[in-house]
Design a protein around this ligand. Structure first.
Ligand SMILES: [Zn+2]
Length: 88
């Protein structure tokens, strides 16, 4: 019997990362949370889910996204300043 071919038992770091797009990265076989910069055991879905649902992860995610926005805004500011000077 090929029980190891059941969907749930065939799990790799790649399939895990695909399950949570843009949350984790593969660093030489170790799964890292992009937001927390923390290694997570990818073998157990429960470990990942409890990390993803943790308050710490949520706040790190918000910080990360805010940082992304700041660098985006800095490029926008030049354009906005030009628009402001037109108004004045
Ligand atoms: Zn995290």
């Amino acid at each position: 019997m090929t029980s190891q071919h059941l969907k749930n038992s065939v799990v790799s770091i790649h399939s895990r990362i695909r399950e949570y797009p843009e949350v984790f990265r593969n660093d030489s076989g170790i799964m890292f949370c992009i937001y927390c910069d923390k290694s997570i055991d990818w073998k157990h879905k429960s470990t990942i889910d409890s990390h993803v649902n943790s308050i710490k992860h949520e706040s790190n995610k918000r910080k990360y996204e805010a940082k992304q926005q700041v660098s985006h805004q800095q490029t926008l500011q030049t354009t906005l300043r030009a628009a402001d000077s037109k108004k004045l």
